[in-house]
Design a binder for this molecule. Structure first.
Ligand SMILES: Cc1cc2nc3c(=O)[nH]c(=O)nc-3n(C[C@H](O)[C@H](O)[C@H](O)COP(=O)(O)O)c2cc1C
Length: 159
């Protein structure tokens, strides 16, 4: 059975990312063609990249990297739930992608992006990231505007 991680990328206290991630997970887990797991980047407790070797070699020296790496390696694909921060993805998710580079590669991924202004720029940013990590990009990702979320999609409420 395929294992798909729904990745909560935002780590900010009071983040909306947890709500969006749980909403996606509740929909996904009703499917029976794959196993889904909600994975929170905050649980990895990653500092800013502190590995002496470039992560593409997969030679990790720190326990936090090894633990995160083993988790990500166990999945066949990902749904990244990412906010838009200053026209890009958030630093915590970018840091985790940098850290665990080798474990994301050659897998499939999609994005759920949200932001105050519909996260248009986050889309291009995410695509660039995935192209670099050799991840097959699934190009039908929803965009969510926090300002308009009361009317779309159903079942998801921020406030
Ligand atoms: C540092 C920062 C930068 C932001 N930059 C953007 C932006 O460029 N475009 C946008 O649409 N929203 C932007 N926002 C609004 C966030 O996308 C929105 O508050 C979202 O809920 C943040 O996700 P989070 O609650 O999971 O942290 C920004 C918010 C923060 C905190």
């Amino acid at each position: 059975m395929l294992k798909i991680a729904i990745i909560i990328g935002s780590t900010r206290p009071g983040r909306k990312g947890e709500t969006v991630g749980k909403w996606a997970y509740d929909i996904a887990r009703k499917r029976n063609d794959a196993e889904f797991e909600l994975v929170d980047i905050a649980d990895f407790n990653l500092p800013l990249l502190d590995e002496p070797m470039p992560p593409m070699f997969g030679q990790y020296s720190d326990n936090h990297t090894r633990a995160g790496s083993a988790k990500i390696a166990s999945f066949n694909g990902f749904v990244f739930v990412t906010p838009e921060y200053n026209h890009g993805t958030c630093a915590a998710l970018k840091n985790a992608i940098d850290f665990l580079y080798q474990k994301w590669t050659n897998k499939a991924a999609g994005f759920i992006r949200y932001g105050g202004a519909k996260s248009r720029d986050g889309e291009n940013n995410s695509k660039r990231l995935q192209a670099k990590a050799s991840v097959a990009y699934w190009d039908c990702s929803p965009l969510i505007s926090c300002r308009r979320v009361c009317s779309w999609p159903s079942g998801l409420t921020f406030w």
